[in-house]
Design a protein. Sequence first.
Length: 318
Amino acid sequence: MAGQYPPPPAPPYGPPAYGPPPQYRYVPARRPPRRSAGGTITGIFGGLTAVVVLGILGFSLFGGEGGIGTHVRSAAPRTASRSTATDNKLYATGALTPVHCVLPGLVPGSASMRRFMNVLSDCLDASWSKQFKKAGMRFDTPNRVFWQTPGSSPCGSYPAPGASAFYCPANNTMYVGLTNVVETSGGEPLSHYAVFARVIAHEYGHHVQDRAGILLYGDSEMEKGDTATRTEASRRIELQAQCLAGSFLSSERATLPMTQAQYTAMIIDVRGRGDERLPPDQRDHGSGRHYAGWVIAGFKGRDLSVCNTWTVPPSDVS
């Protein structure tokens, strides 16, 4: 995702919502998924001012004024060792190679959002295909379902309360609600395109993790049973997807320029999606500080080595 798991039978990957999310459940027969990048903004608390400042500082690295912007099967392993997550080949590939992505402007209506999402997904396909090739790893692009009406997936039905998007590893598919992604954005104007682009880039990040074997390792950690291990592994998964999204947006900054207001809006949006107000056993996405911070880390650092959430101390993924 950023979102929430769809209902049973299987869970999904993506960002958090603002109520207690459905419980993640590992389903061995169907490789599990992760929550989405949805969730209604119910308020920006405490450190919002600091986040805005942080966003503005990050913008100075972004530059620019105005503007808005397939298939090779992966050999993803059925089991994954810890080193698959901590020392993955992707981390040594440097920054993403720009693919000169140019996005269509957003106007009200699902047709415009669908076109925006498809063009952006094409860019993500090209970008990550190049990166996996640099790593000497095989890659296939994810399927896409951009929904307007309720439906179902191997990970459950959609839409789920508070969720606008999710990634389902069971069928390697990104699911995003064309109207839901706007409804759960807290009233952001369509001109703040990065708020919506980050959602797609986050869900795509889960597919990257899946193809690289990282998601499989994370799922095995989540299967261990104790709450602390499960929620920490989930946060490492989600925050890494945030960082991967930031890295992609940074790599395309020449053709996807943002104004300071657009960049700051994206940072405030993700800051508002933190799960620090949820009970400990439901804190599986990360605090608002870290949910925004890992986007900024990917955006400012660009090099994929900065997105290794599996070797940082627990305090960095709380």
